[in-house]
Structure formats: structure tokens, C-alpha cells
Design a protein around this ligand. Structure first.
Ligand code: AMP
Ligand code: GLY
Length: 427
């Protein structure tokens, strides 16, 4: 099978690593890819959002499968594009455009959850036409408040103001000030949920699904969950407090109703669903849907699965997901992100990266890297994810942190306390 993988982050490097091990793979192409995906396939210079260019490449190179890593091509309708008569033979691992709205519009996701009785926070939809209702909400409820831009905002569209004055100012910035353009013309106000966050992942064909390993990511930039939100500074899997009963609850109250809801609303889905959840008084509630794998969640999930990833995708197309053995490893995995100085704000790029060849006990998944003049250099805010695996979380973390000591680039930063609440950090 010839495969084209779309994307360029740590998630895609991990997907490329896993796909490259498949017994049914012929050629793997990644576009645009990064300095690490080169090890597993050929990088292309095509933009993942340029569907006609993707189509041309697929037809000329006998591609049988497209795997969509990030959300943007899904929200822009890559799956629907390849439903045309002359392209239908090319399978696409991505949700349909309508299904991708579960991530592309917070208001759509809330309406979907309400229609399918899926537990989530109470909410209110606000536009410039009913802004007064938001001010009233801030008067009547207690802080912190939860304000979410409706559309995609690169992970920056959720704010949690601590006072009603701050809340009024922020909602004005979102709606009247156009902070995220059309993405914040509408916002969702949500009841604040207090509890432990965790993430559950499935692969589905829209009627059947398989469970993948669970994970917890560390979004804040600094130790102790302080500082700005990032795409994710590290991740662990499995999450120590998730037991069988909690998984069963999530399956019956969240996953199955979600898949039933997709079917009922005729929303085709071939791909991963990432359920962002929060455990409040023993009830798991959905805080977000993502129509893709997470990053850096993928860097801990895929190393813990022993199945052939292309065989998993094939089982989905053949309606044989039920009973498919994902082969989840008993081992723990932890990943730590090496980031550029300044991230998630302004940072410099182009610094040489050295020492990766000295890492033998951990996986090195590239995120923002590229090859320039035969030299591996930094090319983004999140540069490299280092994943350790071990008998337990402590082993996994120590493998990851040992490996990090061997890697160098100018301005390299990372969090020293990934997994800290489950294992007191000695770093
Ligand atoms: P989201 O992009 O919807 O996942 O939100 C980003 C982050 O905001 C989440 O990971 C939570 O930490 C926090 N958050 C979102 N919704 C709520 C909520 N209703 N109550 C408390 N925290 C929330
Ligand atoms: N790490 C969070 C995400 O991928 O959305």
C-alpha cells in the first residue's frame, strides 16, 4: 500500500514511525513532514491544505491511502474532496467535514452533545446580538468563568478569567475586537468544571470503534502547571487514576452515544476521535472533542500499541474493527517536549541540534526540525519529543530525562516535572 501522510509535527513523526513498520506498506510519503519523518519516508513540498496538489500527487504516484494528522485539512474537507468519482479509490483516514465540526465549532459540539445526552458543562452561546446575556452570566455566576472562541484558534481560544471585570473585557475582545477573527465572532460560555483532566482516544469507522491507550498532557509552559498554555509540554500514558470502571463509564456515557450520534446525523467518520474529559465527582464530562490524535499524546499512545497501524485502518474500511486487537502494552510511556527558548511566544529558529545519535534507550520524535545544508536544525517552537518507556511511570520518565541530557540545541528548554502529581520529581 502506498500511503500519503499529511502534517509536520511530532504527532506525524510518530505516525510515520509506526506506519513505516507496517507489513503492508510499500511507499510512505509525508507532506510537508519534518527533519525526523525523512527517516521513515519521503518528504514532499506540497501544502496539506492544497487539495488539488494533493490529488495530483496521489494520482501520479498510485497512492491508496491518505492519513490526515492535523485538524485543518479535516475541517477544510479533505475527506469529502476524495469522495469524487475519480478519487473514490483513494481511502482517507479523516472525519468528513461535517464531523470535523465537532472540533471546528465549539457551539456545534455542544449542540451535538445536548442532542445525544452526552455529559458536559452547562453553556450559553453568545454573539454580538446577545452579549448582554454574557454580562448577566458574569453577574450571576461565580468565577472562574470559561470563555471559548467557537472556531479553531490554535489552542489559544479558551480563557478562564478570575473576575467578572476580566471576563467582560475578554468577551468584548473576542466578539467585538475580533481577537480570533471569524473564529471568535461566536463564543461559548461554560460552567467551570473542577476535577482531574484526562484524554481517551478511539479509532472509528463511524459505526464501530476500538479503544486506544489513554493519556494526560501537560499544557502549561512551566513547572507546577504555571505559565502560558502551549500545544503540550509532555504527556504520560496510562493515566494512573483511570481504572476499568472509569473506562466503562466513558464508553457507555460518552463514546457509544457519540458514535450513535454520528450515525443518526449522517456524519461519516473514518479516523481518530480524541475525547478531552474531566472527572467531576466521579462523573466524566466532555470538555472538548478533537477530530484527530493529540500532540504530544500520539508520542505516548502509539509506542504503547503493538498492532500494525495500516492493518487497523484497513479493518475500519472492511468493517472489522470489532475484535481488532490493538495490543495495548502494559508498559508506561512518558514524553517530554524540548522547546525553543521563548515558546509559546516569539522564538528563534535555525539552531543546530546535536546528540540524538547518542540516545539509545528512548524514542526521539521530531516536531519542529528540518535539515538545512545537511545539518539538523530547529524549525519550530516545539522541537523534539523524547519518549521513554518502562515498567512504570517512574522508569519511563527517567529514560526520557536521561536521553534529554544527551541532546543539545541553543536555547533548549523543557519541563522537568512531567507526571509530577503521580511521581514526585527529583529533577
Ligand atoms: P479546550 O480547548 O476546550 O480543551 O480547553 C482548554 C483547557 O481549558 C482545557 O484543557 C481545560 O483545562 C480548560 N477548560 C475547558 N473547559 C473547561 C471547563 N468547562 N471547566 C474547567 N476547565 C475547562
Ligand atoms: N495536546 C493537545 C492537543 O493535541 O490538542
Amino acid at each position: 500500500m502506498n500511503v500519503l501522510l499529511l502534517g509536520s509535527g511530532g504527532r506525524e513523526c510518530t505516525l510515520a514511525w509506526k506506519i513505516s513498520q507496517s507489513s503492508i506498506l510499500s511507499e510512505l510519503y509525508i507532506t510537508p513532514g519534518n527533519g525526523g519523518t525523512l527517516e521513515y519516508g519521503k518528504n514532499l513540498g506540497i501544502s496539506a491544505s492544497d487539495f488539488p496538489a494533493v490529488e495530483k500527487f496521489c494520482l501520479e504516484n498510485d497512492i491508496q491511502l491518505i492519513v490526515c494528522g492535523p485538524e485543518q485539512p479535516a475541517v477544510a474537507g479533505i475527506w469529502d474532496y476524495f469522495q469524487r468519482a475519480n478519487l473514490k479509490h483513494i481511502k482517507v483516514v479523516a472525519p468528513s467535514q461535517k464531523s470535523a465540526m465537532l472540533e471546528g465549532s465549539k457551539a456545534f459540539a455542544k449542540e451535538f452533545m445536548a442532542a445525544n445526552q452526552i455529559p458536559t458543562a452547562d453553556y450559553l452561546e453568545i454573539t454580538k446580538d446577545n452579549l448582554e446575556k454574557a454580562y448577566q452570566w458574569f453577574e450571576e455566576k461565580n468565577p472562574p468563568f470559561v470563555i471559548k472562541a467557537d472556531g479553531l484558534a490554535e489552542g489559544k481560544g479558551v480563557v478562564l478569567p478570575e473576575t467578572k471585570e476580566e471576563a467582560r473585557q475578554l468577551i468584548d475582545e473576542f466578539i467585538l475586537g475580533g481577537k480570533f477573527g471569524t473564529s471568535s465572532e461566536k463564543v461559548v460560555l461554560e460552567e467551570f468544571l473542577d476535577g482531574m483532566e484526562f484524554s481517551i482516544f478511539v479509532y472509528t469507522n463511524g459505526s464501530q470503534y476500538v479503544l486506544l491507550p489513554n493519556a494526560k498532557d501537560y499544557k502549561r509552559r512551566f513547572e507546577g502547571n504555571k505559565g502560558l498554555n502551549t500545544g503540550g509540554m509532555g504527556c504520560i500514558s496510562p493515566v494512573p487514576f483511570i481504572d476499568k470502571a472509569l473506562i466503562e463509564q466513558v464508553e457507555s456515557k460518552v463514546i457509544k452515544p457519540t458514535i450513535e450520534g454520528l450515525k443518526k446525523a449522517q456524519m461519516p467518520y473514518t479516523g481518530f476521535i480524541y475525547f478531552g474529559l474531566i472527572l467531576c465527582q466521579n462523573e466524566a464530562k466532555v470538555i472538548e472533542y478533537n477530530c484527530r490524535l493529540g500532540d504530544p499524546e500520539t508520542e505516548v499512545i502509539l509506542p504503547r500499541t503493538n498492532c500494525d497501524l495500516l492493518a487497523l485502518f484497513q479493518a475500519g474500511f472492511d468493517n472489522k474493527l470489532e475484535g481488532f486487537e490493538v495490543g495495548i502494552s502494559e508498559k508506561a510511556a512518558a514524553t517530554v517536549m524540548l522547546v525553543s527558548d521563548g515558546y509559546p511566544e516569539a522564538y528563534e529558529k535555525g539552531f543546530p541540534i546535536t546528540g540524538i545519535e547518542n540516545v539509545h534507550q528512548a524514542f526521539v520524535f521530531h516536531a519542529g526540525t528540518m535539515i538545512k545544508d545537511y545539518q539538523l536544525v530547529t524549525n519550530g517552537g516545539r522541537v523534539i519529543a523524547v519518549t521513554g518507556m518502562g515498567e512504570n511511570l517512574k522508569d519511563a520518565l527517567s529514560k526520557s530525562y536521561d536521553a534529554i541530557e544527551r541532546i543539545r540545541f541553543k536555547g533548549m528548554k523543557f519541563r522537568t516535572d512531567i507526571g509530577f502529581e503521580f511521581y514526585p520529581s527529583e529533577k
